[in-house]
Design a protein around this ligand. Sequence first.
Ligand code: ZN
Length: 254
Amino acid sequence: MENAKIPYMFKHTSHPRPLEGKHLQQIQHVQQGQLELIVGPMFSGKSEELIRRVTRALIAKQNVVVFKPALDDRYHASAVASHNGRSVAAHAVQDSHHIRQLLEGESPLFAAPDHSSNRLNNQIPHFDVIAIDEIQFFDPRVVELALQWVCLGARVIVAGLDLDFRGEPFSMVPELLARAEHVDKLSAICMICGAPATRTQRLIGGNPARFDDPIVMVGASESYEARCRMHHEILGTADVKDNARGDGISAGRI
Ligand SMILES: [Zn+2]
């Protein structure tokens, strides 16, 4: 009956044997990939966090490649930049197909490093870390691409908005959130009350944008603020909310 006093978790545990020969080789060849997501509203420090992780990988002399959507040229055409001025080199690409071409095309942009022979099937990724900023601007096929890299042993770091300006889930980001090994949901500071902000407020001429405005506006004179759920405003949300408020302004989607 001595065994009855042993906690369940230890009952069936055998002594670990030292790794040698075939077993050690298997572990070296099957490198665990993982998908990491950094999400939150604008001004929550997503790019800053992505830059921090990429910089640590570079210090560790890992092979790193960073992509960003070509439409984002706020600071540098070929860098991911944070609002406080830090940056890492990045490749501005049109879509997920463009990324695939650069990594896997007949004449891929990136040559395989010498130690890539340890990779499964000696295929892509030749990189230990693949990072993508502003993921919400990519096409949904980027999900499949990211998961392929993870299965091949890469650490994939993705940053972007989880909600659009209306407070609605942004494109394929919810699927990435569900499939990720690690998720960090960052908050900013509400510009109205100072509480943690989880929403991005779009303003047109100082007024809240309309619910039926396009998700991505090009050339418009809009501005953005971080807001909490209570102070996130959107014009013409849903009929129920318009009627309830009587002024056509809703305090965001719940
Ligand atoms: Zn607030």
